[in-house]
Design a protein. Structure first.
Length: 151
């Protein structure tokens, strides 16, 4: 029984890397580095999609009357970015709560803070991706309207 009490916290910390590190100042780079691999992939996906949205918008606006492709990507990211961020945050909160339940002892908030920060970081990245996509879509749609209407 004693071994089980020692193994459960170690397994919980391995399942949620953010629980394992709760010392010093926490920066966004630390949140990313301490995140589990699937959460890191979601974070990189959201940052990459935000950059791609800006690139698509700049290329469409710079193309002049030849407005080719990209609007569907911007429209999908407009809705999908926040949803992906929310899904990642919800999954992270779920895993943190599972780890807390398996430990059996209520950990101090400084131990939980990195996991909460990771969930918030995912959610904020999703919102940023959505806002960037909305702005880029507005710019592209305005360009299309000017080109089509000849104004």
């Amino acid at each position: 029984m004693r071994v089980v009490r020692l193994v459960v916290p170690v397994l919980a910390a391995a399942a949620v890397p953010s629980l394992a590190t709760a010392q010093g100042r926490l920066t966004p780079a630390d949140v990313f580095a301490d995140a589990a691999l699937p959460m890191q992939a979601i974070m990189l996906l959201l940052v990459g999609a935000s950059i791609a949205a800006v690139v698509v918008a700049v290329r469409k606006v710079a193309s002049g009357p030849r407005l080719a492709g990209g609007s569907t990507f911007l429209q999908a990211l407009r809705l999908g970015g926040p949803l992906i961020g929310l899904l990642g945050a919800a999954y992270n909160v779920f895993v943190v709560n599972l780890a807390i339940a398996n430990i059996g002892v209520q950990p101090a908030y400084p131990v939980l803070a990195p996991g909460v920060a990771e969930a918030a970081f995912l959610f904020v990245l999703g919102l940023i991706a959505g806002v960037i996509a909305v702005i880029c879509n507005w710019v592209v749609e305005a360009r299309i309207d000017r080109t089509v209407l000849g104004s």
